[in-house]
Design a protein around this ligand. Sequence first.
Ligand SMILES: Cc1cc2nc3c(=O)[nH]c(=O)nc-3n(C[C@H](O)[C@H](O)[C@H](O)COP(=O)(O)OP(=O)(O)OC[C@H]3O[C@@H](n4cnc5c(N)ncnc54)[C@H](O)[C@@H]3O)c2cc1C
Length: 402
Amino acid sequence: MVQHPKSSETIYERVRVIHELCCVKPLPSLSFWEQQWLKNADIVIIGSGIVGLQSARHLKLQWPHREVWVIDRAPVSLGASTRNAGFACFGSIGEILDDIERTDEQTAYSLYEMRFRGLQQLLADFGETGIGYEKTGGYEIFNHNDATEFDKIAQNIDRVNDALSGITGEKPFQLRNAAKLGMQVLENGVYTPLEGMVQSHLLYKKVYDAAVASGVRIMGGLTALSPEKLDSGKWRVATHEGYTFDAQTLVVCTNGYAASLLPELQVQPARGQVLVTSAIPGLAWRGLMHADKGYIYFRSLGTRILIGGGRNLDFEGETTQELNTTEGITQYLLQYLREVVVPGESFEVTHQWAGTMGMHQNRTPIVKRLDDGLYACVRMGGMGVALSALVSRELALLVKAG
Ligand SMILES: Cc1cc2nc3c(=O)[nH]c(=O)nc-3n(C[C@H](O)[C@H](O)[C@H](O)COP(=O)(O)OP(=O)(O)OC[C@H]3O[C@@H](n4cnc5c(N)ncnc54)[C@H](O)[C@@H]3O)c2cc1C
């Protein structure tokens, strides 16, 4: 019998109410000492996701004597980094062909390369074990009514493999029989041995600890308002809670929330909804699965399944920063599980949540100098785990170049 908990909504509501209560409480005037302490930041980064924290660490390593602060609206990051699905992936072939149609071959392959090299860098920085990395490989699977989609992929697979083999050192995509997965899908599937999974909480912990160890200061519970340039050339960031930071360098790493602070940035928030099932003892497969051009994704979590997606059911409604889950997408994901993934198995939903991605039509990240001392490293799309180690280094070099 499939059930999904109402309790997660209740907890979410409770957290929101507490947050609002805290935020409206007026702050007592800051002491002389508090003002000195906060004014002493050379570099301020807004957003403590994996991109903000890695950027902060690289900046601190670059300039050990500068004070580097990261502020975040939540006690622990509250966007995508702690709410994702833990795929260490670069794009299924269906997604790549989709990207080529939206943009061009060069852009699509460059994006794949950034993610591929980014994951190698992430593993080099934090190690496989510490972030729970397992190179499980992954499948792209096709529903019975997706035969045309599969045919398109089969016609293009050699061309895409030829273009990407120089980056990966081997053919990234192989046509493979998917029948052994025991799902209600076409026998024809596409396998990639290259991708794997991480445990997102372990990755976040490693990234957080490394930032702290480098000397970065992290403060949660401060919601930044739009930055203001001072006559001194510094950037002032006031927060909703009444604190003010004046910094020589300001870096915005708020991903899907970036346009709220800097409306000139072309970043759309995109809600991603996820749920986790109870253990399914007979689960016949382990690894990552992509379906419907990446709009459905699921993975094994021990003998549980984590599934997310369905944004394409209501693009407009899912272009939101709200973090609640919706009945329509929940039922869609459950139906997919019941009819396609584990037909006949009984399970419950034990966890359910939503996160916010930062999106754009061409799916490329923004790593940019916006003004003297003002930078953005945002719009990580749906595969920011792999991108994060690369873009954060790029950001630090950009700041160094001035
Ligand atoms: C449901 C879901 C599943 C995903 N699955 C995967 C996956 O399997 N693999 C993968 O590679 N990627 C996945 N992603 C994408 C990936 O998680 C992101 O690309 C990546 O985490 C982005 O990191 P970030 O640091 O740029 O942004 P975030 O992690 O979103 O961090 C931004 C931070 O900014 C803070 N913030 C926002 N506004 C303000 C403000 N005004 N003041 C202060 N702080 C503020 C937020 O609280 C947040 O902590 C998924 C995303 C979602 C939502």
